[in-house]
Design a protein. Structure first.
Lengths: 134, 134
DNA sequence: GTAAGCAGTATCCCAAAGGATACCACTATA
DNA sequence: TATAGTGGTATCCTTTGGGATACTGCTTAC
């Protein structure tokens, strides 16, 4: 279930392993940890889709275009493990399931902001160079 | 050479493709772009190793412990493409090659800081829960 | 003469990530 | 009675990331 390799201590959602203990600075390790929980093709898109409020599984699958049920299911489990999302089951017929971002997921905001700002200026920079080239 | 898929426009270092145009917000796309240039196992460790000043290939391979020549070579090329590093060849015998971070690479600092800060508190949080569990 | 260091490249291989498709049990609707 | 929608799982397959190993051509040191 957990993605923690042998060397790591057991933990809630998992931390990336040191690829070689204490050789990179611990700050580098922290960066790797953060990058790790956001890695993969779908985590951010799902978080964005959930940022508008609780969503059901099928809704999410429609919102995050291109994702398969398998990947959505898998990524939601990881988001749950990392305590970024919670899963609520309602005893309707048929059962409905809602996913919602946790308060802790808000702690990612500064990262997401930094990534977004940089991404925007980087894209502008690249497109600018393209037009010069053309 | 470039990692740009068919759908994307030609660009300096490459941007991640929209997996489906204009359905996710552009801010989500920007986040993906940023995540993309930092992805992989070695980019950050290499950037960290270079942050102390220019380094030769062999030096880097020793500094970034565990990396193979193949991966180092590949990652350095990508860092060059994204204009995070420059490669300088000196006509010594045998030739020496130096890699150095560019000014543009400094633009990543706010991202790296955000990732580091979050990573540190996340690790503390997880280890805290572990000790409660134990 | 041979080993080691310079900066890589080439080839092969394995494991992880991710996509396609089929399927589960159940119900309301057409 | 068939179809679509509820929330997924199981299986198979391809693609990608990355590691291991060998090798290049040149030079200095042993």
């Amino acid at each position: 279930m957990s993605k923690i390799p042998e060397t790591a201590s057991p933990s809630v959602g998992g931390l990336r392993p040191s690829h070689s203990a204490a050789d990179c600075s611990q700050s580098s390790q922290a960066v790797q940890d953060a990058l790790y929980v956001l890695s993969g093709k779908w985590k951010l898109p799902i978080i964005v889709a959930l940022s508008g409020g609780p969503r059901r599984f099928g809704e999410l699958q429609r919102l995050v275009s291109g994702i398969t049920a398998k990947m959505l299911s898998k990524e939601l489990k990881e988001l749950e493990m990392n305590e970024f999302a919670i899963r609520r089951v309602y005893a309707t017929m048929p059962v409905t399931v809602e996913y919602e971002l946790t308060e802790y997921s808000q702690s990612l905001n500064s990262i997401i902001e930094a990534l977004r700002d940089w991404g925007i200026q980087h894209r502008a920079r690249i497109l600018g160079k393209d037009s010069v080239k053309a």
